[in-house]
Ligand binder design. Structure first.
Ligand SMILES: [Zn+2]
Length: 274
């Protein structure tokens, strides 16, 4: 539920490095010039954080992305940028540039986020805006997940699209849908949208590292037809699993934390019931 300022800095630095590599800018410092934080060095992420704050106000659970798509299209219109949407809700915004770039690149982020709500909260994802606050240099969400994955990527792309420093640079930004669930956005991307020398996915999480490939994802639909038995009313129970530590299963699978679904299933197994 928190976003380190350094994470935003990483996105800006990475973007600067890529645009520099693509020949769009003469120096990586050109993207977000000016002081950052107390050190007075590094890129200024003020614009990026402004867009991040705006994006957190737009509900973005997977499968309910009309509001963020409308926000992105309104952004494109406001900045007089050409844009397209496709049948699944992906959004393409083109930054034409006033002179041809050495290489044409695409920045890609995903629109959706994991909608986690603190127990007992009246917050409704899909309707309410995420409320944030800063404590000890960290940005937190009050009762929900923050949505830095991938709101931070969206914010980085919007900062690039609105940057005066990049007015010469030609690049595209693609915002895909449902990365957190079915990957339907990436799967349905039209090849017509991918006419670039390189695509940079702005969704990495580790300081100093660049991911050059991904394992991808699979969606499995399993159908189970149980044999039902009549049970005496006195034998009905409702099972809750709570109080577990959160964490991303992709990164913390070896950290010994309990998985709620597995714990519930294990507790219903014949061995456990005896
Ligand atoms: Zn992500």
């Amino acid at each position: 539920m928190r976003l380190s300022p350094i994470t935003a800095l990483l996105a800006a630095s990475l973007l600067a490095a890529v645009l520099f590599t693509a020949g769009c800018i003469e120096s990586p410092d050109q993207v977000f010039p000016g002081p950052a934080g107390e050190s007075g060095s590094g890129p200024d992420t003020t614009v990026e954080m402004k867009y991040f704050e705006e994006v957190t106000k737009v509900p973005r659970p997977s499968g309910h992305l009309t509001a963020i798509q409308n926000y992105l299209c309104a952004f494109a219109e406001e900045h007089h940028l050409e844009y397209e949407t496709d049948a699944v809700g992906n959004v393409l915004i083109k930054h034409p540039g006033s002179s041809p770039s050495e290489h044409h690149i695409i920045l890609q982020a995903h629109q959706d986020m994991v909608p986690a709500v603190r127990e007992g909260s009246s917050f409704v994802f899909g309707k309410d805006s995420i409320k944030t606050y800063i404590k000890d240099g960290w940005l937190y969400a009050e009762e929900t997940s923050l949505g830095a994955d991938d709101g931070r990527g969206i914010a980085t792309a919007l900062a690039a699209l609105s940057s005066d420093e990049l007015s010469d640079c030609s690049f595209d930004c693609i915002f895909t849908v449902d990365e957190e669930t079915t990957m339907s956005g990436a799967k349905n991307l039209s090849p017509d949208w991918l006419s670039a020398d390189a695509l940079l996915n702005i969704d990495t999480e580790h300081w100093g590292s660049v991911c050059v490939s991904s394992a991808g994802g699979a969606f499995v639909e399993a159908v189970f037809h149980p044999e039902r038995e009549k049970t005496p009313v006195t034998a009905c129970y409702r099972l809750f699993v709570s109080g577990l530590r959160s964490g991303h299963s992709a990164h913390l699978i070896d950290s010994g934390r309990l998985n709620a679904v597995k714990t519930a299933a294990d507790s219903l197994s014949p061995d456990c019931m005896m």
